[in-house]
Design a protein around this ligand. Structure first.
Ligand code: PEP
Ligand code: MG
Length: 587
């Protein structure tokens, strides 16, 4: 029966497909399709893994027996019996075969898909003893996954990413798939870039949470903060994700399917129309040239940035190079190569690399989620605070960026500065990194230095920043979070997250005005820059440089082409002093 789940609209468009429910802990298995004629080989991999695990358990049982410990540890002996039994469980085996043969999932994906189904059945059991067997099943599956990790599928070299394209489906009529999860970390999302999924839904998350930001960068429909979605939606349910309205329709009627199908086609037509603006210069009706830059997460995103007509990268979120690596940080050479690829990929256009900004809703890895051991991670040791607390790590990054600057036009951007002392320490470390490279005789290039204005304290002391930096970049996502005391990743307060709150607007307006007065560059690189509903206001406040995901550039450009900034100025000033600015936004 059709039902609807509401969440927050974070990435536009409509996706229609079958649900793949994945729990966070199982996200890092590879998800890709295997051609139909390889299905039996996948089943063979599974069988081999199952046998290996059974032998492993057999050896432990034997050990216990030889030590005469069976009687001493009756629970352990019984547990091992349960694990052996679960390994042979018909529902598990038949289900997995179904996913491989009918849906062409790779073995690991099939195994975890079936585990989700059985785990749910365990959750619903009345008997607490039986309910607890879920943990045993999970352990058995984890063991099989571990064995399979050592034996990759023969046809895919690197299955985690984009392998779906390498192994196209035989059954061309197979439906698209949409991922439903309780939570996805930004690193998880990145893993799904170019993946088989046509849309995403998560139970948690706010509109400008980093998970939502990465979803937007992928330009596929997504809804976050849908609370119970991963519980009420079942594996394989038909689902419509309306990323414009923040609505998820489960088991839609034929009428709804037709309606959303039409909306989907309409979106495609609109995209096609916008694509014609790619080479049109971003100039307003009164002749103001506007700089449209791209936000990227990986060096490879430079391709998409150029394709969308970006004239540079305004924000390279370097922390994505640091995440999901079990805490093992990239060394100088690896970072240098990554930054160099970005600089060269942009073919001489400027690339602004932001130093690592982990913490809060961007943990280094999934097992060490920020917040686990800190009371208030958004106010804790994140961004530049972490870098200054780990100067050796920071120097590695600074040296890598300086070296990459020899291969293009590179700017350095520092996140979350608030104190004069932090500015001093940061600049001292930049100098030290230069000296270290000099001492090693390593070539490096010139850097323009920029600071992010994303803490109210910084927005209120712009002259201090302008004395030390060449340009500023306003991070509205955090500026709003910290001005209004609203956790940007918490859906329960997302209704209070207000980009046009008078306090926020005044901080933005003052920052822009003070930069202009001193002829220093200023841009906005938070999500506000890519929101077409904000374009007129930002132009009216004097902004001439916007940085956003490549997927948003053409829509913002379309707005710009229709604007006359001379007319917008007075209106923007009236919005700025209004009690209810939102009421004036549609004027
Ligand atoms: C911001 O805060 O607006 C910003 C661009 O940085 P991030 O979203 O990565 O925190
Ligand atoms: Mg920020």
């Amino acid at each position: 029966m059709t039902f609807v789940v509401h969440g927050l609209a974070v990435s536009r468009g409509v996706a229609i497909g079958r649900a793949v429910i994945v729990s966070s802990s199982r996200l890092d298995v590879a998800h890709y399709f295997v051609p139909a004629d390889q299905g039996l080989a996948e089943i063979e991999r599974l069988r081999a893994a199952r046998n290996a695990v059974a032998e492993e358990i057999g050896r432990v049982q034997q050990g216990l027996h030889e030590l005469g410990s069976n009687d001493a540890h009756p629970e352990l002996a019984a547990l091992l019996d349960v694990h052996l039994m679960l390994l042979q469980d018909e529902q598990l085996i038949n289900g997995v075969k179904h996913w491989i043969l009918e849906r062409h999932y790779n073995a690991e994906w099939a195994l975890t898909a079936q585990l989700e189904i059985i785990a749910r059945q365990f959750d619903e059991m009345e008997d607490p003893y039986l309910r607890e067997r879920k943990a045993d099943l999970e352990q058995v599956v984890e063991r099989m996954l571990r064995v399979m990790r050592g034996v990759a599928s023969p046809m895919v070299a690197s299955p985690a990413k984009g392998a779906g394209q390498q192994a196209p489906l035989d059954a061309a009529d197979d439906a698209p798939l949409v991922l439903i999860a309780h939570d996805l970390s930004p690193a998880d999302m990145l893993q799904f870039k170019q993946s088989v999924f046509a849309g995403f839904v998560t139970d948690v998350g706010g509109k400008t949470s980093h998970t939502a930001i990465v979803a937007r960068s992928m330009d596929i429909p997504a809804v976050v903060g849908a609370r119970s979605a991963s519980h009420v939606i079942r594996q394989d349910d038909w689902v419509i994700i309306d990323g414009d309205a923040g609505v998820v329709v489960v088991d839609p009627s034929p009428v709804l399917l037709a309606e959303y199908g039409a909306k989907q086609r309409q979106g495609e037509v609109e995209r096609e129309r916008l694509s014609r603006l790619k080479n049109t210069p971003a100039v307003t009706l009164d002749g103001q040239k506007i700089e449209l830059l791209a936000n990227i997460e990986q060096p490879e995103d430079a391709v998409g940035a150029l394709k969308a007509g970006a004239v540079g990268v305004g924000l390279f979120r370097s922390e994505f190079l640091f995440m999901g690596r079990d805490g093992k940080l990239p060394d100088e050479e690896e970072q240098y190569q990554a930054y160099r690829r970005a600089a060269e990929g942009m073919q001489g256009l400027p690339v602004t690399i932001r130093t690592v900004d982990v913490g809060a809703d961007k943990p280094l890895d999934r097992t060490a989620r920020a917040g686990d051991d800190h009371l208030n991670p958004a106010l804790g040791l994140r961004a530049i605070r972490w870098s200054l607390a780990e100067p050796a790590m920071f120097l590695v990054q600074l040296r890598a960026i300086l070296r990459a600057a020899a291969h293009g036009s590179v700017n350095l951007l520092i996140p979350m500065l608030a104190h004069a002392g932090e500015i001093r320490q940061t600049l001292a470390l930049v100098n030290k990194a230069r000296e270290q490279l000099d001492a090693r005789g390593v070539v490096f290039g010139p850097l323009r230095l920029g600071a992010m204005i994303e803490v109210p304290a910084a927005a209120l002391t712009v002259p201090l920043f302008l004395r030390h930096f060449d340009f500023l970049s306003i991070g509205t996502n955090d500026l709003i979070q910290y001005t209004l005391a609203i956790d940007r990743a918490d859906e329960s307060v997302s209704h209070l997250y207000d980009p046009v709150h008078p306090a926020v607007l005044q901080l933005i307006a003052n920052t822009i005005a003070q930069c202009q007065a001193l002829n220093k560059g200023v841009s906005v690189c938070g999500e506000m820059a890519g929101d077409v509903a904000m374009t007129r206001l930002l132009l009216g406040l004097g902004l001439r440089s916007f940085s956003m995901h490549p997927s948003q550039i053409l829509a913002v450009k379309q707005q710009i082409l229709r604007c006359d900034t001379t007319r917008l100025q007075a209106w923007a000033q009236s919005v700025l002093i209004a009690d209810d600015p939102a009421a004036l936004m549609t004027d």
